[in-house]
Ligand binder design. Structure first.
Ligand SMILES: [Zn+2]
Length: 443
């Protein structure tokens, strides 16, 4: 039996029953929960109440799911303004957990959970793992960071609820990660896709062939990544790579997760109501049209988020999925409006560079974009690691590769970069989210 054939047991755990609700029943449930959530936030979160009042709105005005568009948006700035506890809707005596984002500038964002909120989070994380074929008996290496970051504990609780065996190794110490993968007969790993790439490299260096291990699935998230990156990971490691989506402001990981079809994450809509809007106008986008993802928590008690603007760019689809889940799916999120860089007036996302690089043989998926300004003109240098074989090649061979990469990036982005080929492992590795852009332009 190949490690990718389906388990003989039921294809899903009973915990996943809500994934398969008839859409009409799901909408009914969403409306009831939305009404409760709006009332709860109105009565307990002062900034929300005053925005509702400015619009002359009361909780009773939400009569249908479409009425959600009448509600005010909220965003990261509201969380910063409310630092640390200003948006909490329950007294501290009901809050059993706090997490915080590691903001690069200023104060972090603090999020809170009641016992029931933790249960919901555990439920959606458990359903996430079921969706990609994990079950009791699986051995899960959880290399997401434990701590204030939501990744570690989120995946941990979900995997335990599933009945899988969890190894709470957290991020870092890559040699130990590889030893554990091998010696503990790990079947699934949770981490960022860029960290797994690092594991792939180090394993090769240590003479460990990941393809020989029982490892069959990766639950990858916490940073944007592309389809080409997925192909590369799967090719090089022999595992299946699944995209999990989430953000601390809403709950942490487990807002949406791919099923075995790998056709874009299904949103756990019974707890999170999705909208996609035009970032500029705030108006809803038609199905399938890309825009900014807006999420509303339908059950979060400690800190309800209503129409939270995620800055993640995606499109929503209700097309049936072969897995039978009725939950709508989002297109894989490979870019965030926050990540957009503007070079000589052209909008660019790091993921476009990633796609362009991975089309060219000999380039490794480790890259960094360095922006400088010379004589008032923006310059983009893309540093790309190449394989050792290529690096030891003749000067002519290197120049050819450089030209191919430059062309590929120019075709994809419309910008002509300076491409610098660098030795394998010379770009700094991250144990969490990869840092793709170094902007040295003086504004
Ligand atoms: Zn599916």
């Amino acid at each position: 039996m190949s490690k990718h054939s389906l388990p003989k047991a039921a294809p899903f755990d009973p915990v996943s029953a809500p994934d398969f609700l008839p859409p009409s029943q799901l909408r009914e449930l969403q409306l009831a929960r939305l009404q409760d959530m709006v009332a709860h936030a109105f009565h307990h979160v002062a900034p929300f109440r005053s925005r509702m009042s400015e619009r002359g709105l009361e909780p009773g005005d939400i009569q249908s799911l479409d009425d959600i568009t009448r509600l005010p948006f909220c965003d990261k700035a509201d969380l910063r303004d409310g630092y640390p506890f200003g948006l909490f809707a329950t007294p501290m005596s009901e809050i059993v957990r706090l997490h915080a984002s590691t903001g690069t500038t200023g104060k972090p964002i603090v999020v809170a959970y009641t016992r029931q909120d933790v249960e919901v989070w555990t439920n959606v994380m458990c359903r996430s793992l079921v969706a990609c074929g994990l079950h009791r008996g699986d051995i899960v290496q959880n290399a997401y960071g434990y701590g204030l970051f939501t990744g570690g504990l989120g995946a941990h609780y979900g995997a335990e609820a599933l009945g899988a065996t969890v190894i709470p190794i957290s991020g870092g110490n890559t040699q130990r990660q590889i030893m554990v993968l091998k010696d503990f007969k790990v079947t699934a790993i949770c981490c960022t896709p860029s960290y797994f790439l690092h594991i792939i490299d180090q394993a090769a260096e240590l003479g460990v062939n990941l393809k020989d291990l029982p490892l069959r699935a990766g639950v990858f998230g916490a940073e944007p990544w592309t389809e080409s990156m997925r192909q590369r990971i799967q090719q090089d490691s022999g595992i299946k790579a699944y995209d999990i989506y989430g953000l601390s402001e809403i709950v942490g990981p487990g807002v949406a997760m791919e099923c075995l079809c790998q056709a874009g994450p299904h949103i756990f809509e019974d707890f999170f109501y999705p909208e996609v809007i035009d970032s500029a106008t705030g108006k809803p986008c038609a199905e399938g049209v890309e825009g900014e993802l807006v999420l509303t928590t339908l059950s979060k008690h400690a800190m309800p988020m209503i129409r939270y603007r995620t800055r993640d760019i995606t499109a929503l689809t209700s097309e049936p999925c072969a897995c039978g889940r009725t939950l709508r799916r989002i297109k894989r999120i490979s870019r965030r409006s926050d990540d957009m860089i503007i070079i000589r007036g052209v909008n660019l996302y790091p993921s476009q560079i990633e796609t362009a690089l991975l089309k060219v043989e000999g380039a490794l998926p480790h890259y960094q974009i360095v922006l400088t300004r010379e004589k008032g003109l923006d310059e983009m240098e893309v540093q790309v690691e190449v394989t050792q074989d290529v690096f030891s090649d003749t000067v002519g061979g290197l120049e050819q590769l450089q030209a191919r990469l430059t062309k590929s990036i120019e075709t994809t982005t419309g910008l002509r970069p300076r491409v610098r080929l660098v030795q394998p492992r010379s770009i700094q590795r991250s144990e969490g989210k990869a840092k793709r852009v170094i902007d040295q332009r003086k504004m």
